[in-house]
Ligand binder design. Sequence first.
Ligand code: SAM
Length: 327
Amino acid sequence: MGALCDRFGRRIEYLRISVTDRCNLRCIYCLPACGIKWLPREEILRFEEIREIVRVGIALGLTHVRLTGGEPLIREGLAELVQMLAAIPHLEDLSLSTNGVLLSRDARTLARAGLRRVNISLDTLKAERFHAITRFGAVSDVQAGIEAALEVGLDPVKLNVVVMRGINDDELVELGRLTIDRPLHVRFIELMPIGDFFSRERLVPSEEILACLGALGELWPSSGPGGCGPARTFALDKAQGTIGIIGAVTQAFCAQCNRLRLTATGQLRPCLDDTAAVDLKPALRPAIDPGRLAELVQQAVEAKPEQHSMAQRDAGTPRFCMAGVGG
Ligand code: SAM
């Protein structure tokens, strides 16, 4: 296996794959209430095409893959894709990001297919608030999904909380407490200026999140439950899980950025914060050309910018939303 490095000496080993642009929720910070114009189905990558991209990526040096969306669990036959990817030699880590709404239905099938771990979005524990944030959802469905993930042995189970001032910042302690009795790993994420919901006032900086969590007791630096993300990780005394803080905006971790993002239509994005992308479709259709695919993946790696500019922005970029690129 090779080693994939960009112009700034960063090793690129992680590919996030959006398997659909569609979602069964409309989180206020992610999608407009009316949704977005969904992409025509024939433009969405087929499972065989995704498998080939992963195969080529692994030969070049990728080791970690995450399936995301939109909501990946609404992509029909997702377990089949998991099985196809899990069978690729030298893939060290295969994970999933989901809103958890359908996870109690799918957790066992996904685990059997070869999924190892899962990140579940959970911004609040309050039923009404959950409905207000997601515009559609029931928090009880997500809670059932979390139970199912634990039951079938997905490990670690991480819970992603996007922290928003005036919306859920009064719940951080309660959410952090989830890590005490169960092996749940709660990660608090700064609201990013992507999509038009963002404002400076709504952003709660990671240092403030950390200070607020101090009410739970001493937070000890911890190595975390594994994965290849950018969280600063802590644990409470005798807790079974950990608390992670992701300062995506105020403590940009671009120097450690190790990832590429593949959209549902085959656009390979070098940076979350930039719509610039390398189109892989010409190497996939009408026939898959692994050599050309490898060249295009290298091209995306070379195009990675040194850093994003999220910290400098006072407003979100309305030009794209997170659902399109998988977070
Ligand atoms: N539907 C799946 C889910 O809920 O995890 C996968 C897609 S979702 C776009 C991936 C992650 O992006 C979620 O954890 C979500 O909370 C996060 N996200 C979306 N918009 C965001 C924003 N503006 N700032 C920070 N995180 C955001």
